[in-house]
Design a protein around this ligand. Structure first.
Ligand code: BGC
Length: 332
Protein backbone atom coordinates (compact mmCIF):
# COMPACT_ATOMS: atom_id res chain seq x y z
CA UNK A 1 0.00 0.00 0.00
CA UNK A 2 1.66 3.28 -1.02
CA UNK A 3 1.97 5.39 2.14
CA UNK A 4 1.30 8.78 0.58
CA UNK A 5 -1.99 8.32 -1.18
CA UNK A 6 -4.17 6.69 1.39
CA UNK A 7 -7.31 8.47 2.30
CA UNK A 8 -9.44 6.55 4.68
CA UNK A 9 -13.10 6.13 5.32
CA UNK A 10 -13.01 4.39 8.56
CA UNK A 11 -16.68 4.10 9.32
CA UNK A 12 -16.40 1.56 6.53
CA UNK A 13 -13.13 0.14 7.71
CA UNK A 14 -14.10 0.09 11.35
CA UNK A 15 -17.45 -1.39 10.50
CA UNK A 16 -15.78 -4.64 9.52
CA UNK A 17 -13.38 -4.82 12.43
CA UNK A 18 -14.27 -7.31 15.13
CA UNK A 19 -15.44 -5.69 18.36
CA UNK A 20 -12.70 -5.83 20.97
CA UNK A 21 -15.00 -6.54 23.87
CA UNK A 22 -14.44 -5.38 27.40
CA UNK A 23 -10.95 -4.45 28.54
CA UNK A 24 -9.28 -6.98 30.76
CA UNK A 25 -7.70 -5.63 33.89
CA UNK A 26 -3.94 -5.88 33.77
CA UNK A 27 -3.98 -5.70 29.99
CA UNK A 28 -3.54 -1.94 29.94
CA UNK A 29 -0.79 -0.62 32.13
CA UNK A 30 -1.98 1.92 34.65
CA UNK A 31 -0.68 5.47 34.60
CA UNK A 32 0.75 7.28 37.60
CA UNK A 33 -1.65 8.10 40.40
CA UNK A 34 -1.27 11.82 40.26
CA UNK A 35 1.22 14.37 39.04
CA UNK A 36 1.62 18.10 39.33
CA UNK A 37 1.30 20.17 36.17
CA UNK A 38 1.75 23.40 38.13
CA UNK A 39 1.80 24.14 41.85
CA UNK A 40 -1.97 24.53 41.93
CA UNK A 41 -2.92 21.91 39.36
CA UNK A 42 -2.76 18.25 40.24
CA UNK A 43 -4.75 15.79 38.20
CA UNK A 44 -6.77 13.20 40.02
CA UNK A 45 -7.74 9.78 38.92
CA UNK A 46 -9.34 6.57 40.01
CA UNK A 47 -8.63 5.17 43.41
CA UNK A 48 -6.76 8.25 44.55
CA UNK A 49 -9.42 10.46 46.06
CA UNK A 50 -6.79 11.99 48.35
CA UNK A 51 -5.15 13.48 45.30
CA UNK A 52 -8.42 15.06 44.25
CA UNK A 53 -8.32 17.04 47.45
CA UNK A 54 -5.37 19.03 46.03
CA UNK A 55 -6.59 19.46 42.47
CA UNK A 56 -7.99 22.86 41.50
CA UNK A 57 -9.81 23.13 38.17
CA UNK A 58 -9.10 26.25 36.12
CA UNK A 59 -10.39 25.70 32.56
CA UNK A 60 -13.64 24.62 34.19
CA UNK A 61 -14.04 28.13 35.63
CA UNK A 62 -13.53 30.02 32.36
CA UNK A 63 -16.28 32.49 31.57
CA UNK A 64 -18.51 32.91 29.61
CA UNK A 65 -19.61 29.30 29.40
CA UNK A 66 -18.79 27.72 25.97
CA UNK A 67 -21.18 28.49 23.09
CA UNK A 68 -23.22 30.88 25.22
CA UNK A 69 -23.33 34.34 26.79
CA UNK A 70 -23.77 32.77 30.21
CA UNK A 71 -21.24 34.10 32.72
CA UNK A 72 -19.88 32.11 35.63
CA UNK A 73 -19.40 33.52 39.08
CA UNK A 74 -15.66 34.10 39.32
CA UNK A 75 -13.53 33.45 42.40
CA UNK A 76 -9.99 32.63 43.43
CA UNK A 77 -8.41 29.17 43.66
CA UNK A 78 -8.66 29.08 47.45
CA UNK A 79 -12.47 29.14 47.21
CA UNK A 80 -12.83 26.16 44.87
CA UNK A 81 -13.11 23.48 47.56
CA UNK A 82 -16.60 23.05 48.95
CA UNK A 83 -15.33 23.16 52.51
CA UNK A 84 -13.81 26.62 52.11
CA UNK A 85 -16.06 29.31 53.54
CA UNK A 86 -17.72 31.29 50.72
CA UNK A 87 -21.09 32.74 51.86
CA UNK A 88 -21.24 34.98 48.76
CA UNK A 89 -21.32 31.97 46.44
CA UNK A 90 -24.50 32.32 44.37
CA UNK A 91 -23.93 30.68 40.98
CA UNK A 92 -26.52 31.06 38.24
CA UNK A 93 -28.13 28.02 36.68
CA UNK A 94 -27.57 27.23 33.03
CA UNK A 95 -28.61 24.33 30.82
CA UNK A 96 -27.96 24.77 27.11
CA UNK A 97 -31.02 24.76 24.82
CA UNK A 98 -29.65 21.68 23.01
CA UNK A 99 -29.79 19.75 26.33
CA UNK A 100 -33.00 21.33 27.66
CA UNK A 101 -34.97 20.14 24.64
CA UNK A 102 -34.38 16.54 25.82
CA UNK A 103 -32.37 14.61 23.23
CA UNK A 104 -32.03 10.83 23.81
CA UNK A 105 -28.51 11.18 25.23
CA UNK A 106 -29.60 13.63 27.93
CA UNK A 107 -31.09 13.02 31.38
CA UNK A 108 -34.48 14.51 32.29
CA UNK A 109 -34.53 17.91 33.99
CA UNK A 110 -33.89 18.09 37.75
CA UNK A 111 -37.58 18.05 38.70
CA UNK A 112 -38.19 14.83 36.72
CA UNK A 113 -35.23 12.81 38.06
CA UNK A 114 -37.11 10.21 40.05
CA UNK A 115 -35.40 6.83 39.85
CA UNK A 116 -31.80 7.66 39.01
CA UNK A 117 -29.15 5.45 40.65
CA UNK A 118 -26.33 7.82 41.55
CA UNK A 119 -22.80 6.42 41.98
CA UNK A 120 -23.81 3.21 40.20
CA UNK A 121 -24.08 1.72 36.76
CA UNK A 122 -27.68 2.72 36.13
CA UNK A 123 -29.02 0.50 33.34
CA UNK A 124 -26.89 1.45 30.35
CA UNK A 125 -25.58 4.66 31.90
CA UNK A 126 -22.39 4.60 33.95
CA UNK A 127 -23.02 7.04 36.80
CA UNK A 128 -19.94 6.01 38.78
CA UNK A 129 -17.06 8.45 39.09
CA UNK A 130 -13.38 7.61 38.79
CA UNK A 131 -12.65 10.10 41.56
CA UNK A 132 -14.65 8.55 44.41
CA UNK A 133 -18.29 8.55 45.51
CA UNK A 134 -19.70 11.96 44.74
CA UNK A 135 -22.15 13.64 47.04
CA UNK A 136 -25.81 14.29 46.35
CA UNK A 137 -26.80 17.73 47.61
CA UNK A 138 -30.36 19.02 47.22
CA UNK A 139 -31.10 15.90 45.13
CA UNK A 140 -28.32 16.64 42.60
CA UNK A 141 -24.74 15.36 42.20
CA UNK A 142 -22.05 17.74 43.36
CA UNK A 143 -18.83 18.30 41.39
CA UNK A 144 -16.15 16.28 43.27
CA UNK A 145 -13.42 18.86 42.65
CA UNK A 146 -15.34 21.89 43.88
CA UNK A 147 -17.18 25.03 42.85
CA UNK A 148 -17.40 25.94 39.17
CA UNK A 149 -19.37 29.22 39.26
CA UNK A 150 -22.41 27.69 37.53
CA UNK A 151 -25.14 25.13 38.34
CA UNK A 152 -27.26 23.09 35.94
CA UNK A 153 -25.82 20.91 33.19
CA UNK A 154 -24.64 23.44 30.63
CA UNK A 155 -23.84 21.48 27.47
CA UNK A 156 -23.52 18.14 29.24
CA UNK A 157 -26.30 15.60 28.96
CA UNK A 158 -25.90 13.75 32.23
CA UNK A 159 -26.18 15.00 35.77
CA UNK A 160 -22.99 13.91 37.53
CA UNK A 161 -20.15 12.27 35.58
CA UNK A 162 -20.20 12.31 31.77
CA UNK A 163 -17.79 9.67 30.49
CA UNK A 164 -15.47 10.08 27.51
CA UNK A 165 -12.58 8.09 26.03
CA UNK A 166 -9.43 9.46 24.39
CA UNK A 167 -7.36 7.41 21.93
CA UNK A 168 -3.80 8.78 21.78
CA UNK A 169 -2.33 7.33 18.58
CA UNK A 170 1.44 7.86 18.33
CA UNK A 171 4.42 7.23 16.06
CA UNK A 172 8.06 8.31 16.07
CA UNK A 173 8.96 11.35 13.97
CA UNK A 174 11.33 10.26 11.22
CA UNK A 175 13.53 12.31 8.88
CA UNK A 176 13.44 11.90 5.10
CA UNK A 177 16.29 9.40 5.45
CA UNK A 178 14.15 7.28 7.78
CA UNK A 179 16.01 8.08 11.03
CA UNK A 180 14.04 8.80 14.22
CA UNK A 181 14.50 12.52 14.92
CA UNK A 182 16.03 13.57 18.24
CA UNK A 183 15.06 16.89 19.73
CA UNK A 184 18.03 19.31 19.71
CA UNK A 185 17.28 20.54 23.25
CA UNK A 186 16.72 17.25 25.09
CA UNK A 187 18.38 14.75 22.75
CA UNK A 188 15.31 12.55 23.19
CA UNK A 189 13.37 11.02 20.27
CA UNK A 190 10.37 13.04 19.12
CA UNK A 191 6.95 11.44 19.31
CA UNK A 192 4.01 12.51 17.13
CA UNK A 193 0.32 12.01 17.88
CA UNK A 194 -2.86 12.24 15.84
CA UNK A 195 -4.48 15.57 16.69
CA UNK A 196 -7.74 17.07 15.55
CA UNK A 197 -8.84 20.68 15.52
CA UNK A 198 -12.13 20.69 17.40
CA UNK A 199 -15.12 22.12 15.60
CA UNK A 200 -16.60 23.60 18.82
CA UNK A 201 -13.67 25.47 20.44
CA UNK A 202 -11.18 25.56 17.53
CA UNK A 203 -8.51 24.08 19.83
CA UNK A 204 -6.25 21.15 18.90
CA UNK A 205 -7.17 18.00 20.80
CA UNK A 206 -6.98 14.23 21.02
CA UNK A 207 -9.75 12.77 18.81
CA UNK A 208 -11.80 11.51 21.75
CA UNK A 209 -15.51 11.43 22.39
CA UNK A 210 -18.31 10.43 24.68
CA UNK A 211 -18.89 6.82 25.68
CA UNK A 212 -22.36 6.04 24.35
CA UNK A 213 -24.87 4.35 26.65
CA UNK A 214 -24.08 0.65 26.90
CA UNK A 215 -20.87 0.99 24.89
CA UNK A 216 -17.52 -0.44 26.06
CA UNK A 217 -14.65 2.02 26.38
CA UNK A 218 -12.59 0.00 23.91
CA UNK A 219 -15.29 0.42 21.29
CA UNK A 220 -15.57 4.17 21.95
CA UNK A 221 -11.80 4.58 21.49
CA UNK A 222 -11.85 2.87 18.13
CA UNK A 223 -15.08 4.47 16.94
CA UNK A 224 -14.08 8.00 17.87
CA UNK A 225 -10.70 7.66 16.20
CA UNK A 226 -12.42 6.55 13.04
CA UNK A 227 -15.18 9.17 13.10
CA UNK A 228 -12.95 12.10 13.91
CA UNK A 229 -9.83 11.46 11.89
CA UNK A 230 -10.64 9.55 8.78
CA UNK A 231 -12.94 10.89 6.21
CA UNK A 232 -12.95 8.88 3.05
CA UNK A 233 -11.18 5.86 1.75
CA UNK A 234 -9.81 5.93 -1.76
CA UNK A 235 -8.24 2.53 -1.62
CA UNK A 236 -8.50 -0.76 -3.43
CA UNK A 237 -10.09 -3.76 -1.67
CA UNK A 238 -6.59 -5.11 -0.98
CA UNK A 239 -5.52 -1.82 0.55
CA UNK A 240 -8.69 -1.71 2.65
CA UNK A 241 -7.93 -5.17 3.97
CA UNK A 242 -4.43 -4.13 4.96
CA UNK A 243 -5.77 -1.03 6.73
CA UNK A 244 -8.29 -3.13 8.64
CA UNK A 245 -5.59 -5.51 9.81
CA UNK A 246 -3.22 -2.72 10.82
CA UNK A 247 -5.86 -0.85 12.79
CA UNK A 248 -7.15 -3.98 14.51
CA UNK A 249 -3.60 -4.82 15.59
CA UNK A 250 -2.83 -1.32 16.79
CA UNK A 251 -6.06 -0.93 18.76
CA UNK A 252 -5.59 -4.29 20.49
CA UNK A 253 -2.47 -3.05 22.32
CA UNK A 254 -3.38 0.09 24.20
CA UNK A 255 -1.73 1.38 27.33
CA UNK A 256 -3.85 3.41 29.67
CA UNK A 257 -2.21 6.67 30.73
CA UNK A 258 -5.06 8.39 32.58
CA UNK A 259 -8.50 7.84 34.01
CA UNK A 260 -10.26 10.48 36.02
CA UNK A 261 -11.77 13.93 36.15
CA UNK A 262 -11.10 16.33 33.26
CA UNK A 263 -10.66 20.08 33.68
CA UNK A 264 -13.16 20.79 30.90
CA UNK A 265 -14.78 24.19 30.22
CA UNK A 266 -18.23 22.52 30.05
CA UNK A 267 -18.17 21.35 33.68
CA UNK A 268 -20.66 22.74 36.18
CA UNK A 269 -21.39 22.25 39.87
CA UNK A 270 -23.74 19.37 38.93
CA UNK A 271 -22.24 17.85 35.76
CA UNK A 272 -18.64 17.16 34.76
CA UNK A 273 -16.40 15.27 32.33
CA UNK A 274 -14.30 12.23 33.14
CA UNK A 275 -12.19 10.22 30.70
CA UNK A 276 -9.98 7.22 30.10
CA UNK A 277 -7.00 8.07 27.88
CA UNK A 278 -5.22 5.18 26.15
CA UNK A 279 -2.03 5.27 24.10
CA UNK A 280 -1.90 3.20 20.89
CA UNK A 281 1.69 3.36 19.69
CA UNK A 282 2.96 2.35 16.24
CA UNK A 283 6.54 1.56 17.23
CA UNK A 284 7.67 0.28 13.85
CA UNK A 285 5.94 3.02 11.88
CA UNK A 286 4.32 0.52 9.53
CA UNK A 287 0.72 0.73 10.69
CA UNK A 288 -1.27 3.91 11.29
CA UNK A 289 1.97 5.91 10.99
CA UNK A 290 1.61 5.59 7.21
CA UNK A 291 -1.90 7.02 7.07
CA UNK A 292 -2.64 10.19 5.23
CA UNK A 293 -5.23 11.59 7.61
CA UNK A 294 -8.23 13.65 6.61
CA UNK A 295 -10.68 15.47 8.86
CA UNK A 296 -14.16 14.04 9.31
CA UNK A 297 -17.23 14.23 11.56
CA UNK A 298 -17.06 17.28 13.87
CA UNK A 299 -13.30 17.80 13.52
CA UNK A 300 -12.12 20.68 11.32
CA UNK A 301 -8.62 19.44 10.67
CA UNK A 302 -6.45 16.47 11.52
CA UNK A 303 -2.69 16.16 11.63
CA UNK A 304 0.32 14.38 13.07
CA UNK A 305 1.58 16.78 15.75
CA UNK A 306 4.94 16.78 17.59
CA UNK A 307 4.70 15.97 21.28
CA UNK A 308 6.36 18.54 23.56
CA UNK A 309 5.77 20.84 26.49
CA UNK A 310 4.89 23.76 24.18
CA UNK A 311 1.63 22.05 23.15
CA UNK A 312 -1.55 24.05 23.77
CA UNK A 313 -4.49 21.65 23.78
CA UNK A 314 -8.17 21.37 24.71
CA UNK A 315 -9.10 20.62 28.35
CA UNK A 316 -6.55 18.35 30.14
CA UNK A 317 -5.17 16.81 26.95
CA UNK A 318 -1.66 18.23 27.39
CA UNK A 319 -1.43 16.39 30.70
CA UNK A 320 -2.26 13.08 28.96
CA UNK A 321 0.42 13.71 26.31
CA UNK A 322 2.99 14.35 29.02
CA UNK A 323 2.15 10.95 30.47
CA UNK A 324 2.61 9.33 27.05
CA UNK A 325 5.99 11.07 26.53
CA UNK A 326 7.11 9.70 29.89
CA UNK A 327 5.85 6.21 29.07
CA UNK A 328 7.66 6.16 25.69
CA UNK A 329 10.79 7.96 26.97
CA UNK A 330 10.22 10.64 24.34
CA UNK A 331 11.08 14.32 24.24
CA UNK A 332 8.82 16.54 26.34
C1 BGC B 1 -13.77 14.97 24.24
C2 BGC B 1 -12.59 14.24 24.87
C3 BGC B 1 -12.28 14.91 26.17
C4 BGC B 1 -13.52 14.92 27.05
C5 BGC B 1 -13.26 15.66 28.34
C6 BGC B 1 -14.95 14.94 25.17
O1 BGC B 1 -15.99 15.69 24.60
O2 BGC B 1 -14.12 14.39 23.01
O3 BGC B 1 -11.49 14.34 24.02
O4 BGC B 1 -11.21 14.31 26.86
O5 BGC B 1 -14.59 15.57 26.39
O6 BGC B 1 -12.83 16.96 28.12
Amino acid sequence: MPPGNLVLFVSEVFGVLKPFGRLKSGFWCMGQGCSSASPSVTHCRAMSSDHCAKFVHTKTRSSPYPRSDQNRQLFTDDLVKWDSDFPEYRPEEYTAPSVAKGPVWADPPADKLCSVKWNQVDGKVNRTSFTAQYQIVNSLPRNPIGRTGLTGRGLLGKWGPNHAADPIVTRWKVSSSGQVEKHPASGDPVLQFVAIKRGDTGEWAIPGGMVDAGETVSLTLKREFGEETMNSLLASPEEKKEIENNLAKLFSHGQEVYRGYVDDPRNTDNAWMETIAVNFHDEEGNSVARFNLQAGDDANAVAWMDVGSELRLFASHKHFLKKVAGLRKAHW
